[in-house]
Each structure stands twice: as structure tokens, then as C-alpha cells.
Design a protein around this ligand. Structure first.
Ligand SMILES: N[C@@H](CCC(=O)N[C@@H](CS)C(=O)NCC(=O)O)C(=O)O
Length: 200
């Protein structure tokens, strides 16, 4: 299998961590993608032109990261990073949705700076996105996730969201969220693949 990727993408990082946790490294080769290039084949593999995209051996392409994580869990036998028991499963999926939403909002802020000249930037739009991240961080700080057994898709996504805030936003979240700082330290101790997949 081929993973279209970039080392800076937090969504790709989710997949790379899942691959390590599931022991699937030998079956998957990473291939860089340039999502800004109109000629990069990623736009034919995923009409949205986004990474990660996973090319299966039969030619099928899977996206987005949530679908890929579910597929990898299935490939590895199931019930490993995606719990089978309904309460645990929906808690993990909800945490993943929240963390993915933090990454989406953060990336939109970065793209605003990258694509729009300074004089055309819309401050209220940036604040709208920043508010989503701030509320998500506050909700998680007041009730941080607890590790019950092996890390799941929600834990992986949250670690990648916090890592992205460290990478692109100077880790400012750390000051007011000590319980989340402790949570990430525990995740890092449990999942060596996090430290092994730093952004550039
Ligand atoms: N919901 C998607 C989000 C993926 C995403 O936003 N990827 C970014 C890189 S981190 C991307 O490909 N951006 C290029 C674009 O939006 O054109 C997922 O979970 O995989």
C-alpha cells in the first residue's frame, strides 16, 4: 500500500502513528504529495486533493484519515485502535471528531495567512476559527480523556492536534491547559510513534 503524505500534515501523522501501533509498517510505503501542485496525481487519487490518501494494492484509494484508520484497524484484526464495545467506540469517535475539528480550524487559519495577502485577511474569520480551537481546548481541559487500555483513534487524533498547535502556533495552548499537557506527556510515554513522527 502507498500512503500519499507530507511530514507537516497532522492528519497524515494520525495515519503514521496508527500504522506503528498496528504493526503494519512493512505493508505501507509513504510517497510525498504536493497538494498545491495541479499536476500532482493526488488530485486524481482523491478528488478533494487532500492528504492522507491510502492507495490499496487493488487500486482502491481510501480517504480521509478517519476512514484510513478504520481500514487499518480492520486489516490488523479489528478492535485495536477502534474499540468494539459501543460506549467506548462512540467516545473514541467523538474525541476523534473534536480533535479533527481542532486541526481543521487550525489549518484554515494557516491557509488564510498563506493564500491571502495581508491586506485581504479577514480577522473575524480567523477569530471564528480560533474560537473553535479555544472552546475545544477548554472542554478537554475540564474533562481530559482517560487512558483505558490501548490508545484509540480519539487519543491519536488529540495528540496530533496538540502537536500541530505546538508546530504552527508556538505551543501557546500549554500555558492554560496543564491537564492536557500532562495528558500529552502520558500519550508520548505510551506511544513512541508520536515522538518518531515530528513535523519538520
Ligand atoms: N478530513 C481530512 C482532512 C485532511 C486535510 O485537511 N489535509 C490537508 C493537509 S494537513 C490537505 O491535504 N490540504 C490540502 C487542501 O486543502 O487542498 C482528513 O481527516 O484526512
Amino acid at each position: 500500500m502507498i500512503l500519499r503524505s507530507s511530514p507537516a500534515s497532522p492528519f497524515v501523522r494520525k495515519v503514521r502513528i496508527a500504522i506503528e501501533l498496528l504493526g503494519l509498517g512493512a505493508a505501507i510505503k509513504a510517497e510525498p504529495a504536493d497538494t498545491l501542485s495541479a499536476t500532482d496525481s493526488v488530485r486524481m487519487q482523491n478528488p478533494l486533493g487532500k492528504i492522507p490518501a491510502l492507495l490499496l494494492d487493488d487500486g482502491t484509494v481510501l480517504y480521509d484519515s478517519r476512514v484510513i484508520l478504520e481500514y487499518l484497524d480492520h486489516r490488523a484484526g479489528g478492535g485495536i485502535i477502534l474499540p468494539r464495545e459501543p460506549d467506548a467506540r462512540f467516545a473514541a469517535l467523538r474525541l476523534q471528531a473534536l480533535a479533527d475539528g481542532m486541526m481543521d480550524a487550525s489549518i484554515l487559519i494557516i491557509y488564510e495567512g498563506r493564500f491571502r495577502p495581508a491586506e485581504h485577511r479577514v480577522e473575524s474569520w480567523i477569530e471564528h476559527q480560533a474560537g473553535k480551537v479555544a472552546r475545544a481546548l477548554a472542554a478537554l481541559e475540564s474533562d481530559p480523556p482517560r487512558f483505558n487500555g490501548a490508545p484509540h483513534v480519539g487519543d491519536i487524533a488529540l495528540a496530533c492536534a496538540l502537536g500541530y498547535r505546538d508546530f504552527r502556533f508556538q505551543g501557546t495552548w500549554r500555558t492554560d491547559h496543564p491537564r492536557l499537557v500532562a495528558w500529552l506527556a502520558e500519550f508520548m510515554a505510551r506511544v513512541p510513534a508520536f515522538a518518531a513522527t515530528p513535523p519538520p
